[in-house]
Write a protein that binds this ligand. Structure first.
Ligand code: IPD
Length: 277
């Protein structure tokens, strides 16, 4: 049957594909790069162009909806999730990859109603893979159903993480010691691919067993969270408690056991919250 948000979902898919074309073309062209919160937190004119395109098209179609988006937030817009239908958008996830032409770059569009995530659309634009998840309807990549890994043993796990934007010595010490703890626990490997969103999509696909990060944002997480949950996976807070989309931290895994083991191993890096900036 036709669900209440079907039209929104279809529009999101079309926009993610269009945005992907723009990004793919811009990948090999010269870019104007600026920094945001740190020397490793980058933005280009393409981030702005893609975000403006997505928001202006959505506003035309759905004038009463609200928006949380990476570059609007960087320019001072407030990041609050109300009960209204809200789009949560990262125009380019993996901007640093994009700048270096490292081909792991995505567009991420999430949609929440009454503070509950309804669907997520993520376009891996360099490999032309479209990941989608809709609440209660499963998760797919280019039409193929996704299923997470069932692994519960950390010593058999492939773990993904991202560095996050802070690079001061104290933060780096904790970041590296977290990685060291997982390697001491004999995880098979730890990978850093440069896009939180795509790492989470790999987890949803069963290509890795766990993911954790401090310093990501709600727009890196919103769409991917629906996709992982619909693929049978777990998305929680690094404390082991329930996920808080605005808390800038996450643990995700194929199983509850694996998520708990990762959460127990981690020391916290404090990045503050998206909704009090
Ligand atoms: C960032 C990337 C990066 C991760 C950061 C994200 P952006 O997103 O996913 O790998 O470490 O936490 O904010 O800035 O490229 O959209």
């Amino acid at each position: 049957g036709v669900g209440p948000w079907d039209e929104c979902f279809e529009v999101a898919v079309q926009l993610a594909l269009r945005a992907g074309q723009i990004i793919r073309k811009a990948l090999t062209e010269e870019k104007r790069v600026s920094t945001k919160t740190s020397a490793a937190d980058l933005v280009t004119e393409t981030d702005h162009r893609v975000e403006d395109l997505i928001i202006s098209e959505l506003r035309k179609r759905f004038p009463s909806h609200r928006f949380i988006a990476e570059e609007a937030t960087a320019s001072g817009a407030k990041c609050v999730l109300t009960h209204s239908p809200t789009w949560i958008i990262d125009p380019i996830d993996g901007t640093c990859n994009f700048v270096h032409r490292f081909p792991t770059v995505a567009v991420s569009i999430g949609f929440a109603v009454h503070q509950e995530l309804e669907f997520g659309v993520i376009h891996h634009c360099t490999e032309e893979r479209l990941y989608t998840g809709r609440r209660g309807q499963g998760a797919f990549c280019n039409g193929q159903r996704l299923q997470v890994s069932r692994e519960t043993d950390l010593s058999k796990a492939l773990v993904l993480t991202e560095i996050g934007p802070k690079r001061d010595p104290d933060t780096l010490k904790v970041f590296l010691s977290n990685m060291e703890r997982l390697l001491h626990a004999k995880a098979h490997g730890v990978r850093v691919i440069g896009s939180s969103t795509l790492a989470l999509c790999y987890l949803a696909s069963g290509a890795a067993d766990a993911y954790y990060q401090f310093g990501l944002h709600c727009w890196d997480l919103a769409a991917a969270t629906v996709i992982i949950r619909e693929a049978g996976g777990i998305v929680i807070d690094t404390s082991g408690g329930p996920l808080d989309l605005m808390s800038c931290r996450v643990v995700a895994a194929g199983t509850r056991e694996m998520a708990a083991l990762i959460a127990q191993a981690l020391q916290t890096i404090n990045y503050g919250r998206d909704d009090d900036k």
